[in-house]
Design a protein around this ligand. Sequence first.
Ligand SMILES: NC(=O)c1ccc[n+]([C@@H]2O[C@H](COP(=O)([O-])OP(=O)(O)OC[C@H]3O[C@@H](n4cnc5c(N)ncnc54)[C@H](OP(=O)(O)O)[C@@H]3O)[C@@H](O)[C@H]2O)c1
Length: 243
Amino acid sequence: MKRAIITGIRRIGYHIARSLLTKDWSLGLVYKTSEEVFENLRNEFGQRVVGIKADLAKWEEAQRSVRELVSILGGLDALLHISSPYEPTPLEDLREEHLDFHFRPIAQAFMAMSKEAYPYMLKNTGDIKGRIVTFGDWATNTTPYRNYSAYFLAKGALHTAVKVLAKELAPHILVNAIALGPTLKPPDLPEEKWQDYINRTPLKRPVALEDVVNLTNLLLKVECMTGEIIMLDSGRHVAGECT
Ligand SMILES: NC(=O)c1ccc[n+]([C@@H]2O[C@H](COP(=O)([O-])OP(=O)(O)OC[C@H]3O[C@@H](n4cnc5c(N)ncnc54)[C@H](OP(=O)(O)O)[C@@H]3O)[C@@H](O)[C@H]2O)c1
């Protein structure tokens, strides 16, 4: 039985967790407000899933969550960092706390949790001892949306962290990311605007959850790829600029 920690289980993370639980994995889940999602998975899959409440905006809580979950799981094969706030921050109102609100749980927590996780992974046998996967955004760095500066600064740092950690943790730990395009509509986004996002993808459809789950599963098996950020975005990145 392999063991993974997953952060950010509210929506896409839930589907990934469910898929792994139907396979050969036991999971440690980190939630801030989605305790009910954890309880549902616990009821369905029993003791193969454990959970911990943590605010990943805090470095110490991010590291503590890894330590405590590993002690219950008995080791660690993979870390999947999915947590991410996504709030508009128009430049004229931008404040330091908006930057912290996004940067800390997105990029800082990724560094804190990876730093805490890799020594446990190195205890595993075999040439590949662990895998780290995170979730970026197709629009990061080259085509950010207007009014989302704090989010995109944090995702930019996350994309860089993937490359930094891939180098630092080679040759035994692989670090990769999936940069998603429109997959699940943010609850506050009007339906019309969401349809506009979809229409801008060359494939004219949202990213299928099945694709997200399958690609994540591949990244938990792949042996010869690290430092990669894969665009899973219905082709959105080849369609040109955002507004
Ligand atoms: N949905 C899309 O179409 C889309 C598009 C591009 C990229 N992505 C990326 O794909 C990933 C999943 O997206 P999603 O739509 O499933 O996300 P979501 O529903 O907005 O969920 C965000 C998750 O982040 C967690 N989180 C936020 N701040 C946290 C904090 N301070 N401490 C701990 N956890 C925190 C939340 O935990 P709790 O629920 O426990 O509070 C929640 O599970 C994200 O990285 C997102 O940026 C998604």
